[in-house]
Ligand binder design. Sequence first.
Ligand code: NAP
Ligand code: G4F
Length: 327
Amino acid sequence: MPTAIITGITGQDGSYLAELLLSKGYKVVGVARRASTQNYERINHLLDNITVIQGDLHDQGSLLALMEEHKPDEVYNLAAQSFVPTSWNQPALTGDVTAIGVTRILEAIRYVNPKIRFYQASSSEMFGKVLETPQTERTPFYPRSPYGVAKVYGHYITVNYRESFNMFAVSGILFNHESPRRGIEFVTRKISDGAARIKLGLAAELRLGNLDSQRDWGFAGDYVQAMWQMLQQDQPDNFVIGTGETHSVQEFCEIAFGHVNLDYKDHVKVDEKFYRPAEVDLLIADASKAGRFLGWEPTVSFAQLVRMMVDSDMKRHEKLILAEKHA
Ligand code: NAP
Ligand code: G4F
């Protein structure tokens, strides 16, 4: 039975990847940082089948101990300070976790067993002010946030350890991927949750920032499949993963509100507070290399994704309303 370590197990992707690896017969060890209150909502249903241990990307010792104790075959580094706006408020922390944290994991692997296969969660944010459209593995980076800058470091240190120490270290350059488990502050989930709350009379309006920015949005469940496939190749490499379609925040609003028979124009208010110091205007992936080498392709369309997220938030709020009534 192969063993996989997942950092960021409590996050959106961590939970989907754990499900996938369990279905493939892996022993899954998840790394979660210590908190005063446990935040295992996304993995509660998996706790009988996985091992969760405390560790932190700030802490080299805990990462070394992790590799020594659990002797993994594969390590997936999904942990990061992943919210772009926070990276302007906490740029040094973002650099320490999202950039240097990658080096700490690579060092732990190198010292304990350099044959461990390593996946780094790189991001389309690295393309930033895009220098080419669509973006491929060869498109130069031009990051627009401290988060994007940190991810560029994480990408290159992964490539560097591959080339310097002959390690099986891959970088997956993933475009935005969403799901009902997406953190509530990211725009897609903010919209699906907002539309549901407005529909159910729990809120009157939704305040958003830039409605014109365009993203290549896919379903997170599809994207963790690509992570696993990258570690099953004969040679380590970098892969872009995305749908090849781009849509604006406004289009997301149209479909989300339309799905519950509302017009977003009646409820969405633009608030400059949510504008960013520097914006990434347009992202669109050319994932043809992943198609050729991994046989990967997305299975959920943009409209299906939006509807899946709104349906899930409607159900969640309806349950809460019912529970309150019976309390
Ligand atoms: P997420 O939901 O924000 O999860 C991030 C995870 O990192 C959480 O489990 C978080 O723990 C953990 N973490 C944060 N700081 C840590 C630290 N110092 N030590 C250990 N763990 C720490 O992110 P996601 O959407 O699943 O994304 C997974 C990875 O892919 C991230 O690296 C992200 O930057 C990258 N990525 C995401 C996308 C996307 O569209 N989702 C696209 C490209 C790349 P807590 O639960 O305790 O906060
Ligand atoms: O949902 P977002 O916050 O995601 P963003 O910045 O694209 O980053 C996500 O995807 C990256 C991959 O490209 C990941 F690496 C990263 O970890 C994260 O998962 O914002 C998307 C767009 C932005 O252009 C933003 O300006 O939506 C726009 N937006 C408009 N109003 C808003 C809002 N974003 C947020 N979060 N909140 C708003 O009210």
